[in-house]
Ligand binder design. Structure first.
Ligand SMILES: C[S@@+](CC[C@H](N)C(=O)[O-])C[C@H]1O[C@@H](n2cnc3c(N)ncnc32)[C@H](O)[C@@H]1O
Length: 250
């Protein structure tokens, strides 16, 4: 992720509809885990600027890790517990965590083999522990946004579930997200943005921008409604794939 993108993320994460809705969904599933146990040991793998760690710290003992020193500076500003780690080579230990979240990380070109990292997550979870993933969907949606955020691969739900099943995970929830906006995002990414880039120059920046207040509220509201569906059902298309997968007890 470009240095400027971290600053942008840090500035908008607390209020931008995309982050707020996603974090709400994760907290919903985290609270469900809390019902089973007193105190959760949680890792956010690829924590970026640490907003999710901050939110999850209500539910347990949270650590974040990331490969970017620049991102970790923001974690330090947030005063959360974090450590430097390259997920390709770090030893996350065995049976250490009740919950691992990894939100929009495995798609990154700095991840050499996503299934190797998923195996580390599997080993690092306690039996019965849970993994939550969010990843960008569909390779055909690759755009200038993906160049700015260093995308190597985008995912389909079936491909991701196949990898998780092969590793031994039991899938509890799996859905696409941001489905309502899907047609608009497809038009913007595939038609409007390439046209604007050709016309006004090739600016390689992400789509992380704060929309006007009313629009932000509207999009947040729409995505919170989507969250209700994702909590119990599976939405058949969207711009992200969201999965909750459990390591079996035995
Ligand atoms: C799009 S950001 C997402 C950050 C955060 N999870 C969030 O939801 O805002 C992707 C993050 O993955 C981290 N990352 C990429 N490759 C990594 C690796 N090999 N080891 C650890 N972190 C990595 C990047 O540094 C970046 O902070």
């Amino acid at each position: 992720v470009n240095k400027n993108e971290y600053r942008k993320m840090y500035d908008v994460e607390g209020s931008h509809w995309w982050y707020v809705a996603l974090h709400d969904l994760i907290l919903h599933f985290l609270k469900r885990e809390q019902n089973n146990k007193d105190y959760l040991n949680i890792l956010d793998a690829g924590c970026g600027t640490g907003r999710l760690c901050q939110l999850m710290s209500r539910c347990g003992n949270v650590s974040g890790c990331d490969i970017s020193e620049y991102a970790l500076k923001f974690c330090s500003e947030r005063k959360i517990h974090f450590f430097y780690a390259d997920l390709n080579i770090v030893d996350l230990g065995n049976g250490r965590y009740d919950v691992i979240t990894s939100i929009d990380v495995l798609y990154h070109k700095a991840i050499k083999d996503d299934s190797v990292v998923l195996k580390k997550f599997f080993d690092a979870l306690k039996p019965g522990g849970v993994l939550m993933l969010n990843l960008p969907a569909y390779n055909f949606l690759k755009s200038a946004h993906d160049i700015a955020v260093h995308t190597e691969r985008r995912y389909t739900k079936s491909g991701l579930l196949h990898t998780l099943n092969t590793l031994g995970f039991i899938i509890e929830n799996a859905s696409y997200r941001v489905c309502f906006l899907f047609p608009f995002i497809v038009c913007y990414r595939l038609i409007l943005r390439p046209f604007l880039n050709r016309r006004y120059g090739n600016e390689v920046t992400s789509d992380v921008k704060m929309p006007p207040g009313v629009i932000n509220k509207l999009l947040l509201w729409i995505n919170k409604i989507e969250n209700y569906f994702i909590e119990s059902f599976s939405i058949p298309f969207g711009t992200s794939v969201f999965v909750v997968a459990r390591k079996p007890l035995v």
